[in-house]
Design a protein around this ligand. Structure first.
Ligand SMILES: NC(=O)c1ccc[n+]([C@@H]2O[C@H](COP(=O)([O-])OP(=O)(O)OC[C@H]3O[C@@H](n4cnc5c(N)ncnc54)[C@H](O)[C@@H]3O)[C@@H](O)[C@H]2O)c1
Ligand SMILES: [Zn+2]
Ligand SMILES: [Zn+2]
Length: 392
């Protein structure tokens, strides 16, 4: 089959690779119809994630049709239409039973590598390094889905791919990001980034009772999307000092809840910390440019909450932990516990409360994926979200 493969920093190609096969009775094989490119894929493209190997198949936002199931799969059958969440979870371990699906203790066969890096291993993820399982991803014609009775959600309502595809990652991720803020009615929520994850965090903040949402980025069309679709007020960080602006917008108190939907590749304008991050990243001395996380800690009101859906990899430094402690802040983070959100968020799509397709700017063929990665990374051509489709 054709699949988008990683070959090194800045180098992804469409290769011919072996078709996936059922390896365990709990597997299913899905023929892909749509597959998103995520901001997390950019961290791979840009070489921030260790333990990638040349030839790894990328992609963790897939959906399609079940073409084969293992002998013990009971919930899916050939012909079912499914969205596949990016976290691979067994459904039975201590963590899965607590609905902490992205912390599954069973699904990562390379848990020992992750344990050495992080103390404990998170769940295996599709298309996301060998440390996180080495599972081939879904930017391909076919995908092997382990624990097929636990992950995929069936789409039986006939809704088009564009409306349901983002149940695979960014809608639940934005939702959990807002939920992790513990929003109280009327709160002011500041969201760093206006990428796809941020767009869903903004919408979810309103769903969970925010009184005001302020979104921060510098890409004009992303800021516009946050204003038009997200009904957010916006700050362009190229034009304003974000700390000063947020304080003046909140009468000096600071936003109640802060969401870092940027993660380890934050751009900084002017700040010394960002200049040092960039220099260290250039010589591979850090995998994390934590400018946004630092800024969120400084900006957040005393006693407020910081939620971090943005991905971090290693050891971000220069965090103002004194401010964090003395201001009595709370921080919550995590890869999204996907399976917890699939059914309730599908219900919101089915009822018409939200149509997630608003973020899509580009539909492209799988064969165009290498170019699409660069267009998305460089924010060219108004690109906010790319959906790939295997060539007919
Ligand atoms: N926790 C999870 O399970 C999960 C799931 C999906 C994605 N993610 C992570 O969420 C983050 C966002 O993903 P995305 O797809 O929206 O990515 P994206 O790259 O499209 O968006 C990031 C946005 O941040 C903006 N930005 C950069 N520096 C900034 C700064 N200093 N202040 C404000 N904005 C800034 C960029 O201009 C860009 O628009 C990534 O780190 C991704 O890895 C996490
Ligand atoms: Zn993702
Ligand atoms: Zn588990």
């Amino acid at each position: 089959m054709k699949a988008l493969c990683w070959h090194g920093h800045g180098d992804v190609r469409v290769d011919t690779v072996p078709d996936p096969k059922i390896q365990s009775p709990t597997d299913a094989i899905v023929k892909i119809t749509s597959s998103g490119i995520c901001g997390s894929d950019l961290h791979l493209l840009d070489g921030y994630m260790p333990t990638m190997k040349s030839g790894d198949v990328l992609g963790h936002e897939p959906m399609g049709e079940v073409v084969e199931v293992g002998s013990s799969v009971t919930k899916l059958k050939k012909g079912d239409r499914v969205v596949v969440p990016f976290t691979i979870s067994c459904g039975e371990c201590f963590f899965c039973k607590k609905t902490l699906f992205s912390c599954c203790d069973t699904s990562n066969p390379n848990a020992e590598i992750a344990r050495k890096a992080m103390g404990h291993s998170p769940a295996g993820l599709f298309g996301f390094s060998h440390m996180l399982g080495g599972f081939p991803g879904g930017q391909a014609e076919y995908l092997r889905v382990p624990y097929a009775d636990v992950g995929p959600i069936k789409i039986e309502s006939g809704l088009p791919d564009d409306k349901v595809l983002f149940l695979s990652d960014i809608f639940p991720t934005g939702y959990m990001a807002a939920e992790n803020c513990d929003i109280e009615a009327g709160d002011t929520v500041a969201v760093w980034g206006c990428g796809p994850v941020a767009q869903f965090a903004i919408k979810s903040a309103w769903m969970l009772g925010a009184g005001r949402v302020i979104a921060i980025d510098r890409v004009p069309e992303r800021l516009e999307m946050a204003r038009v679709h997200g009904k957010a007020e916006t700050i362009n960080f190229d034009e304003h000092d974000v700390y000063d602006k947020l304080q003046s917008m909140t009468k000096g108190r600071g936003p109640d809840r802060c969401i870092d939907a940027v993660g380890c590749e934050a751009h900084g304008t002017g700040g010394v910390d960002a200049v040092i991050d960039k220099a260290k990243a250039a010589v591979l001395l850090t995998t994390d440019r934590a400018h946004v996380l630092r800024q969120a800690i400084m900006c957040c009101r005393k006693g407020g909450t910081i939620s971090v859906p943005g991905a971090y990899v290693g050891f971000p430094d220069k965090l103002p932990f004194g401010a964090f402690m003395n201001k009595g802040l709370t921080m919550k983070s995590g890869q999204t516990h996907m399976q917890r959100y699939l059914k309730p968020l599908l219900a919101k799509i089915e009822s018409g409360e939200i149509d997630p397709s608003f973020v899509i700017t580009h539909h492209l063929k799988l064969s165009e994926a290498p170019e699409a990665y660069k267009t998305f990374r460089d924010k060219k051509d108004g690109c906010i979200k790319v959906v790939l489709h295997p060539d007919a």
